[in-house]
Write a protein that binds this ligand. Sequence first.
Ligand SMILES: C[S@@+](CC[C@H](N)C(=O)[O-])C[C@H]1O[C@@H](n2cnc3c(N)ncnc32)[C@H](O)[C@@H]1O
Length: 202
Amino acid sequence: MRVMSDDHAHVQEFFTARAAGWDGKFPDDGPAYAAAVADLRLRAGDRVLDAGCGTGRALSPLRAAVGPTGVVLGADLTPAMLAAAVAAGRDRESALLLADVAALPLRPECLDAVFAAGLIAHLPHPVENLRELARVVRPGGRLALFHPIGRAALAARQGRQITPEDLRAEPNLRPLLCRSGWRMTSYVDEDARFLALAVRED
Ligand SMILES: C[S@@+](CC[C@H](N)C(=O)[O-])C[C@H]1O[C@@H](n2cnc3c(N)ncnc32)[C@H](O)[C@@H]1O
């Protein structure tokens, strides 16, 4: 029997309460998701995972990027977020998995890329959890850590200050990715987007 951790229970409680209104809260984010997916430089036929896919806001641009011969998977821990994805018809463009990204039911090196929007702040063990994402991506494959708003703007929206310990600060994120099997290749943190790209090391 699998025992749910406190971390998982907290994530599920938080996002279950927000699932129904998630897409309506930020209705203008679509172009930012499409642009971030474009920066991942997927090719027709690629296999990509949306880790922490939530209601599946990235799934349409991911499907468009890999085309009908590609594979798009969306994995999320919160059933209510996946239910909202199904209600929006996003299960037609991807296979949705109720799964913890810390223990994916996927073979090693079976993917070309992982896209993760708004996920990293929720990971209880970032090094181990990012290493699990590296496990399922082939050497040379890519990772995008995205948020449709930059760190400073998000902190202001949430009424808090950015601290130097913030995982997504470049001086913290670069070594974190390195310890997890990734090499960061670009980093953008501006009001309108946060996007860190990395390549899976051999
Ligand atoms: C901020 S939301 C972002 C959802 C979606 N990616 C988007 O951009 O709209 C974070 C999502 O990550 C999921 N999540 C958090 N920790 C997770 C984990 N360990 N495994 C799978 N999903 C997780 C939550 O359930 C939630 O749906």
